[in-house]
Design a protein. Sequence first.
Length: 444
Amino acid sequence: MPDYESARHHLSSAEEEKRMPHWIEPLKKNFSLFLIATLFFAGALIALVCRIPVSRIMHGYSYNVLVILIFMELFTNLIAETGIMQRTAVKLAERSKGERRSTLLWFGGLMFVISAFLNNITAVMIILPVVFVLLKTIDVDKDYVNVFFAAILAMSNTGGAASPIGDFPAIVIMTSGITSFLGYLFRALPLFSLTAVTLLVIWRFRVRSVNDDASIRELAIRNLKSQYKNIGVRKDILVCLAVIFVGMFLAWSFVPPEKLPPEITAVLGYAAAMSICRFKGIPVKLKMDLNPVLTIAAFLFAAAAVSQTGVLDWIANSLQDHITNPKALAIVIMLITAVAAGCFSAGPAAAAMMPIIVSICNGPLKEQSDLIAVAYAAAICAGSSLFMWSATAGFILSGKINESNLIGEDETPICWGSVQYLKYGIINFTVQLLIAITAIAILV
């Protein structure tokens, strides 16, 4: 029966492809490239129409954001080569004993911690193979897969916002000047930790309890351990990388950015880490997925062009003129930012709204600029959890799940994408935004 269903699915897919216009398939495959080109052309067109010198746009361009983003991903790749992430994932799977609720809690927590300090996309790519081996063996159903990966996506987002170097929006905030590294960290980490715990508790109770065979779960763990038994951890390299990372963290925290810009700290830290790995014989892979970097670069260029027109300053001034209560102003900005991040993803929302946030933080909310920075990050975080495409790791996560051949209890392949995630995304969005708004209402 499964073979028949699979064959029918392939036939219907083939028939559907024949009915599609010939230009649809290339567009789907190269959508990100078309988007990048469109954004760069749009920014250039705005500059020409409004007679804005492109040199002026590039003078205020956020090169530092891209530098930090690139070198932190490369640094994460070096840590991955030590084997610590795979070993940690296997240990957590063993600790969970294959029990569904425990598996969700342990791996959700791991995703939050990694995303807070390292590149969340790399973390997803490394942890997923371990997760898939475990899920295939403990025989999960579609509902559990939907809940599990909804939690993983939310943890990736909240973790990325919990520190100034966790993800693109946080890096944009750190380099904007409206807050300091420690000013952001001391406020964001408690808020997003609370948000993460709340979401994990919600999703834990959403997983229905099953009376499964403990021996099957034990077999699943043994199978997982056997597949990863040859992975060792290079503790000598890991210690060196940890020392370098702590040094970078201290430099970001205590050295004034005008004396040592944060992007230079990232470059120097990676150079030291790369040298040690080369000396110790650890592979240094300079390969990385440039699509996210180029997409962010394109959004930053388009946003910088729009900013030079004065439109964003006009919006900021209008908001300040019509909303005199600072607390209400902060909440309105959060709502606008969250919706923008949900509809257009975190990167565009961060790039587009940042000039408005900077303008307002230099005005009536100057005394609360640290809190506004965290509120802004919380709104982007909530919005990026609304739809599957809103999150930085959304499409990557969806693609890997659909390629993994997870089979449900009814013997049919499990698919995970925008439709399957939608109702869970609405819950992620609502919970995160309510917690953030409550915090701002109390603290501002």
